[in-house]
Design a protein around this ligand. Structure first.
Ligand SMILES: [Cu+2]
Length: 110
């Protein structure tokens, strides 16, 4: 009985959930909680720690693959749930001028 329970607990932890990424937005940069994530299902959260609204576009540098967190007010958290393909994604805030001012980053998907 005891060993059965142990097996159940181990397999629950081993079950692959979606990859998670937290992106913190400020004027004017994006800080990623990690530089790479596993390919497959993913949850990307945009935490707006700044004073202006921000959004987040994810676009695979080569080939298809994109995602978008809608414009998120200061102090709030927006979310995108989807699939990430192997490769590199460019992350940017698409609000006027924000990318140029520094709100861009690259995420590696392995
Ligand atoms: Cu922005």
């Amino acid at each position: 009985m005891r060993s059965l329970l142990a097996v159940a607990v181990v397999s629950a932890f081993a079950a692959p959930g979606p990859a998670r990424l937290l992106v913190e937005a400020r004027e004017f940069n994006l800080a990623l909680s990690r530089s790479s994530v596993a390919a497959g299902p993913a949850i990307v959260q945009l935490a707006n720690r700044g004073e202006d609204p921000h959004d987040l576009q994810l676009k695979r540098i080569r080939g298809r693959g994109r995602g978008k967190v809608a414009e998120t007010p200061p102090g709030e958290v927006g979310e995108w749930e989807g699939r990430l393909r192997r490769g590199r994604y460019r992350l940017v805030c698409t609000l006027d001028g924000h990318r140029r001012l520094g709100m861009r980053a690259v995420l590696r998907v392995r």
